[in-house]
Design a protein around this ligand. Structure first.
Ligand code: ACM
Ligand code: ZN
Length: 759
């Protein structure tokens, strides 16, 4: 018997699939293992007319996700059916497993409809994500063409994660769900939820209600870049009830995403200590922090009551989160209090621990043992390597790759999140005008990331489970800013994690990214447009006669240039010679939008002149070479514009400038930075030497008078009696190892310099 509904299905299928419909190009991120666009035809999904047929398993999660997506973005609703009817169907089924990393699926679109078969229901869900990307973006609301194709796909890494810090700023349950949806749409499978820190405790604990009554709230937040220009004095906070957490865990599980909770210990514990002062070494009083950074008051590692408390917390956490992994932090724990706490010191004696690093290791191992006894495993930041790794711990490598390398060599599993590629709180634009923590990680840098460090052999490489994008939210206070920071970098990372290494191709990704931008538009997200920016560089002029400003765009568009204060506009034909202090502007038009860049040039006697350096800068911060210091461009945006900065780790910036002729001078100004949370210290002093012959130099003056000019940027002026000279040596002295009580204590400090002025 053919029912009316069935007739309608047949009818729809006949009508729409028999017409020739030109298919859109296939642009999938992350790039599948193999994609064949078999014809230029398309299969048409018809509102209410194309049923989803589930064969052999429960594909409810996939069906719900697809239907929600179609409904939300295309106003299309599909029915499910348990029998195959005709060929106008989306068929979900199981295949024999064909991959080692689970997640393999095959997707076929042809005249018979759409078929997704996966090695399990989770794999079919990944096929659904691919199907979603085969849809036009944006689409028509009636009929959705899906190009004929054959796709075979499976992931490269088993851990494909995104992190979100909900402590520095709090995000609503609805937004967390949105974030989880984005993770799903990128075929990622872990959500690392940072739930406790100095600035807020965000998870309800039944046994310790003060953690959220007290610990979830702070009485203000610093304004602007750390250390801030003031405090907003606004009572701020929030937490997730256990019911909300269950809801989020289920929401994630419905998308095959594991939520890994992070409960920080022994450091980053101010909110817990403020709630229960017995947990600290000094017993308080403590407060929920209103500023960023690292704080000396941490969990007392001597008292058994600390461990009792944390075990109770972990009991409730383990009951709420089915994740095999429980993240216990372990990063940035100053040992200051432990050194003077009699209870911590007694613990060190009774346990025969040689120093406070060993005490931290004892702490982590004791907690690990407890977590293991509950059938779970711990993840810790790479500091847990110090003093000896807990036997079963997985290491999350954030201070570069080294922690991951060391852990893999000790046969420990590793998740890579190195700061130079995976910290999405860093700027992705060189022209960033919103507040960020600094750094510069454009989308192509993320795309270039290789999670398996080159120094590992094949056996060690197996310990690299994957990688994760981290989003710390000191400077991210609202959902729009989250979107701005993660997109498009998260899309690049998804390809790093999912796609086969040999399938990664930046040029091809760029082409697909243009379609991905349309998907972001469809999702109504506030993604970063940094990708479209003009690139600029400053080059030495010929014969030291000035500097050249070069501008470029990726789109081969005609560019124009103007100078502030003048009406003339000219087409850009090549690097523009600049010989005076001026604000220059370059721009181009694309799709009815103008993308522009402005640059201030500041001229003085040193600008464009010959410069040499006694010490090479760090290879991480080489700027544009020594010329960076005399290119007329002042860095005014922290360490965002890395082409405009030289960074010296533990060494001095020691420059000699040849003014070309004998000249009278009486002032040298070094433009530098102070950002103690990033281990960047201003020079200890700046000393100026002069010489007529470039060989014999005389010291004329030194100064240690550092003055902040803007945020993290500052200057040291050295003023002296009018002096006639041709060569000027400027020594900006590195301050040395970082003193105790500051972030990075004991390590070499960074010295940054971006310009030397001579007047
Ligand atoms: C970290 O960024 N402190 C793990
Ligand atoms: Zn103590």
């Amino acid at each position: 018997m053919i029912t009316a509904v069935m007739k309608k299905i047949f009818f729809a299928g006949l009508i729409f699939t028999s017409f020739f419909v030109r298919a859109q190009e296939i642009n999938i991120i992350p790039q599948p293992v193999s994609v064949k666009q078999t014809k230029s035809n398309a299969f048409i999904i018809v509102n209410a007319g194309t049923p989803i047929v589930a064969e052999g398993d429960d594909f409810g999660k996939s069906i719900n996700f697809l239907n929600d997506y179609l409904d939300r973005f295309y106003s299309i609703k599909l029915r499910t059916s348990s029998t195959t009817l005709g060929n106008n169907v989306i068929r979900l089924s199981l295949s024999n497993p064909f991959t080692t990393v689970q997640g393999g699926y095959k997707l076929t679109v042809d005249a018979n409809g759409i078929s997704i078969s996966g090695d399990n229901a989770n794999s079919v869900f990944y096929g659904i994500q691919t199907l979603i990307q085969l849809l036009p973006a944006p689409g028509s609301s009636i009929r959705l063409p899906v190009p004929y194709c054959e796709i075979t796909d499976y992931p490269r890494f088993s851990y494909r994660g995104m992190h979100l810090d909900c402590c520095r700023h709090f995000f609503s349950v609805d937004f967390i769900k949105q974030y989880i949806d984005w993770i799903a749409l990128h075929k990622m499978n872990y959500f690392h939820w940072h739930l406790t820190d100095d600035q807020g405790w965000r998870i309800e604990l039944k046994k310790y209600p003060k953690l959220t009554q007290v610990g979830a709230w702070r009485n203000g937040t610093i304004i602007g870049s750390f250390p801030g220009t003031g405090n907003d004095s606004i009572h701020y906070g929030g937490f997730y009830s256990q019911e909300q957490i269950k809801e989020i865990v289920k929401y994630a599980a419905d998308r095959y995403i594991t939520v890994v909770p992070e409960i920080e210990m022994p450091g980053h514990a101010s909110a817990a200590l403020a709630s229960y002062p017995f947990l600290g070494c000094t017993k308080g009083p403590y407060e929920v922090q209103q500023t960023w950074g690292v704080f000396d008051d941490v969990f007392c590692a001597g008292n058994d009551s600390t461990y009792k408390f944390l075990q109770d917390v972990l009991d409730e956490v383990i009951a709420l989160f089915p994740s095999k992994y429980i993240h216990i932090g372990g990063d940035e724990c100053p040992k200051t209090r432990w050194k003077t706490c009699p209870v911590c010191q007694r613990r060190m004696r009774t346990e025969k621990l040689k120093d406070e690093h060993a005490l931290q290791s004892y702490f982590i191992q004791r907690i690990e043992k407890y977590v293991n006894s509950k059938g779970r495993s711990v993840i810790g930041w790479d500091e847990i390597l110090e003093g000896g790794l807990a036997p079963n711990a997985t290491v999350m490598s954030w201070r570069g790759e080294q922690g991951g390398i060391d852990a893999a060599k000790q046969n420990h599993y590793v998740i890579m999140t190195p700061g130079d590629w995976c910290y999405f709180d860093h700027s992705q634009s060189e022209q960033e005008d919103s507040l960020t923590i600094g750094g510069y990680i454009p989308v192509d840098k993320v795309y270039s990331y290789e999670p398996v460090p080159a120094s590992l052999n094949a056996d060690q490489a197996k310990y690299i489970l994957g990688a994760q994008g981290n989003l710390w939210t000191e400077y991210i206070s609202n959902p729009g800013k989250v979107e701005y920071m993660i997109f498009p970098r998260m899309s690049a990372l998804s390809e790093v994690l999912w796609s086969q290494k040999q399938n990664r191709d930046w040029g091809d990704f760029e082409k697909r990214l243009m379609v991905q931008f349309k998907r972001y538009d469809l999702w109504n997200t506030k993604y970063s447009k940094a990708y479209f920016e003009l690139k600029t560089s400053v080059l030495p002029g010929k014969d030291y006669n000035g500097v050249l400003w070069k501008i470029e765009n990726k789109f081969n568009k005609k560019m124009f240039m103007t100078f502030a204060g003048s009406d003339s506009v000219w087409g850009y034909t090549g690097p523009q010679l600049i010989q005076k202090t001026v604000r220059a502007r370059g721009y181009f038009n694309l799709d009815n939008r103008t993308f522009e860049v402005r640059q201030d040039f500041n001229f003085n006697k040193a600008t464009g002149k010959k410069i040499t350096l006694a010490n090479e800068p760090s290879k991480n911060f080489p700027g544009d070479g020594p010329f960076t210091l005399v290119n007329g461009v002042w860095n005014e945006r922290g360490i965002t514009r890395t082409s405009q900065l030289l960074g010296f780790l533990g060494s001095d910036c020691d420059a000699t400038i040849d003014l070309g002729t004998m000249q009278y001078i009486s002032n040298v100004t070094v433009h530098t930075m102070k950002d103690l949370s990033s281990w960047i210290w201003p020079p200890k002093y700046v000393e100026v030497f002069v010489s007529g012959d470039g060989k014999n130099f005389t010291s004329v003056k030194s100064s240690d008078d550092f003055k902040i000019t803007n945020g993290k940027n500052g200057v040291i002026h050295v003023n002296f009696l009018l002096t006639n000279t041709r060569y000027v040596r400027v020594l900006a002295k590195n301050t040395g190892n970082i003193p105790s009580g500051y972030p990075g204590a004991g390590y070499e400090s960074w010295l940054f310099a971006d310009e030397i002025e001579i007047n």
